[in-house]
Ligand binder design. Structure first.
Ligand SMILES: C[S@@+](CC[C@H](N)C(=O)[O-])C[C@H]1O[C@@H](n2cnc3c(N)ncnc32)[C@H](O)[C@@H]1O
Length: 201
């Protein structure tokens, strides 16, 4: 039997959602669990990478807290739209591209990676490559934090992810400091997000 192609690797798959209007995952505020975390936790303002940034409001929110932000997305369409929306005074760089194809000069460059509904959008067959890519982009001791969304939409993303799977996927490369139900998710995501705080091994 031929294996189903990995459609989520194709920018056109994501462009279609963004061309059609507001995508179903859009939230009109910066991720509350992550913002509360950075506001109450000693993560210093640093170089942060946001993979699969979409039209999320986190790049601006981190930049307003003093972070220097690189926001990446496979969809060149969404990167164009996000760039147009951005206040040019903010230290945010939007880049189109696949997080798994990082430029060699960006390896070890970032102090932090922020996750929100990107991992769940990665085909499970590509998840090992994604974990290794994020690990490689972080400097030694760098941190990964944010929310992993848990849902099941059948043959389309987001694909399900359990706490046990997350732990098994990330623990070979990261120390797992926190992996628990997010406490202050937006209403529609309550009970469906895992809040994570990992550091690079
Ligand atoms: C479900 S959306 C979430 C967008 C955003 N994080 C949010 O919360 O609104 C997943 C995003 O990840 C992007 N994406 C999927 N695979 C990617 C990859 N390998 N590298 C970079 N971006 C990717 C998609 O283009 C899409 O914008």
């Amino acid at each position: 039997m031929t294996e189903e192609p990995i459609k989520t690797r194709n920018p056109a798959f994501w462009n279609e959602y963004y061309d059609a209007g507001t995508p179903p995952w859009q939230i009109e505020e910066a991720c509350p669990p992550a913002m509360q975390f950075v506001d109450s936790h000693p993560i210093e303002a640093c170089r942060i990478l946001i993979p699969g940034c979409g039209l999320g409001h986190e790049p601006e929110a981190f930049a307003n807290r003093g972070f220097s932000v690189v926001a990446m997305d496979l969809s060149d369409e969404v990167v164009k739209t996000a760039k147009k929306r951005l206040d040019p005074k903010l230290p945010v760089t939007y880049r189109p591209g696949n997080i798994c194809d990082a430029e060699p000069e960006t390896l070890g460059f970032f102090d932090a990676v922020f996750e929100q509904t990107c991992y769940c959008a990665i085909d499970p067959r590509d998840r090992p490559a994604y974990v290794e890519a994020v690990h490689g982009l972080l400097r030694k001791g760098g941190v990964l934090f944010g929310v992993f969304y848990q849902a099941d939409h059948g043959s389309y993303p987001p694909w399900p992810i359990s706490r046990e799977e997350l732990s098994a996927d990330f623990s070979p490369f990261f120390n797992i400091h926190t992996l628990e139900r997010a406490q202050n998710s937006i209403e529609s995501r309550a009970g469906k997000e895992w809040f994570a705080y990992f550091s690079k091994k």
